[in-house]
Design a protein around this ligand. Structure first.
Ligand code: FEO
Length: 407
């Protein structure tokens, strides 16, 4: 194979050998507006028994092999570490392992189980335990289980002599970039894309994120480099560096409500939309910030992102054939899984005759543990002056509640 792609050095003997997926716009239901990267890392060792951390999505295996070959003979790779067995990292492992013939693949206990279903016929998959120290060709690695961050098999690899943490999905983002290092990327862009990633992938596991950050702090790990499996690499001594992203994670994991309210809805004949705009006016008049996201122009994952730093969710739906509007039902199913905590909110909407939509939406929001400030603001046909006043009052009451929560 002609060598087209080069490895990028990160530290002495440690290289990025991943792939950039510029065209990805959907990651299992999450709109990836700026593509992504699948990060893999090559560590060369004094013994010449070299190590690869994590694989790439299957169509990018040749890119990865080309980058490895720019540094070492691919046949010298003795160990593959699989920190996470989701297909964007493990999907390429069968082809990668066929090409490299490593003597072993290291994974967590749950990772071994998952890989046994993905790597048919490969017998060298070995489990490493939480805190286990393993010799990798003369270099030590410490493995740290991070169960449910965000899969049962997830783990971190820490390289003490280099103070490098390979953190799989954690501290990553879906951002295709020609720049590998975070300190060469716009800070606001990093914050936005890391936030989108956290909201859409890690938000349900926020309590575990808080516990993990404490575990890393109490283990006294010095982090010169955080090398995630997606997006830029964080380097200590550069800004933004590792403390930027760990600080954001601590903030997001706390899920503290703010004075921002998200108003999201769909509409058939603009009546529910008119209600949404009146609610937003009430929010602003009451001193809250409102973000209005019509579902005919906003993706479900954009709503999830806006909720990351919000305190209220107001959802609007028309009633169609005795049900929620389909885009609203889609959003509810998505947000239910993301389990954002500490929200207040309410359902609202217009209907022509039966009006089940708002009742169903209120019930779904209560099930999501959203503290409902109204049983469901429902209007038949077009909202008149008094209905719009009720919408503004709902917005103002929500703003007052958010302000009280901040006091
Ligand atoms: Fe990047 Fe959970 O896979």
């Amino acid at each position: 194979m002609a060598r087209v792609y080069e490895a990028i050095p990160i530290a002495e003997g440690f290289y990025w050998v991943g792939a950039v997926d510029w065209g990805l716009r959907d990651f299992h239901g999450y709109a990836t507006h700026r593509g992504t990267t699948y990060n893999s890392y090559l560590m060369t060792t004094p013994s010449g028994r070299n190590v690869v951390f994590d694989g790439v999505k299957e169509p990018f295996v040749d890119v990865m092999l080309s980058r490895i070959a720019s540094v070492v003979d691919p046949a010298s790779v003795d160990t593959v570490v699989s920190n996470h067995a989701e297909m964007d990292h493990s999907g390429g492992l069968p082809r990668l392992c066929a090409a490299l013939s490593p003597s072993r693949i290291l994974a967590s206990q749950a990772g071994v189980k998952n890989l046994s279903m993905q790597l048919e016929g490969f017998s060298g998959v070995t489990a490493v335990g939480d805190g286990e120290v393993v010799d990798l060709g003369g270099e030590q690695a410490v493995f740290m289980e991070t169960r449910m961050l965000h899969w049962p098999d997830s783990m971190f690899s820490y390289l003490p002599s280099r103070r490098i943490l390979v953190s799989q999905d954690a501290f990553g983002m879906h951002l295709a970039s020609a720049e590998l290092f975070a300190h060469r990327v716009d800070r606001a862009l990093l914050r936005e894309e890391a936030g989108r990633y956290y909201a859409n992938i890690l938000m349900p596991y926020s309590r575990l994120v808080t516990a993990l950050l404490s575990k890393v702090a109490s283990a006294g790990l010095t982090l010169d480099v955080i090398a995630p499996d997606h997006g830029p690499v964080w380097v200590e001594g550069r800004e933004p560096g590792p403390s930027f992203i760990t600080g954001l994670y601590a903030e997001w994991a706390a899920q503290k409500p703010t004075r921002k309210a998200v108003v999201s809805f769909d509409t058939m004949w603009k009546s529910t939309e008119t209600m949404a705009l009146a609610i937003a006016e009430g929010l602003e008049a009451g001193g809250a910030t409102s973000v209005v996201l019509p579902l005919h122009g906003s993706h479900r994952s954009d709503v999830a992102y806006e909720l990351l730093e919000a305190g209220a969710l107001l959802l609007g739906t028309p009633t169609i054939n005795n049900n929620l509007f389909p885009t609203v039902a889609d959003l509810v199913a998505y947000l239910r899984g993301l389990r954002r905590q500490n929200l207040v909110g309410a359902a609202f909407g217009s209907h022509g005759w039966s009006g089940e939509g708002v009742r169903q939406l209120s019930a779904a929001m209560a099930e999501m543990k959203i503290d409902l400030l109204h049983p469901g603001l429902s209007v038949q046909f077009r909202p008149d002056g008094s209905a719009l006043s009720a919408c503004r009052e709902l917005g103002a009451a929500t703003a007052a509640r958010l302000a009280a929560g901040e006091a």
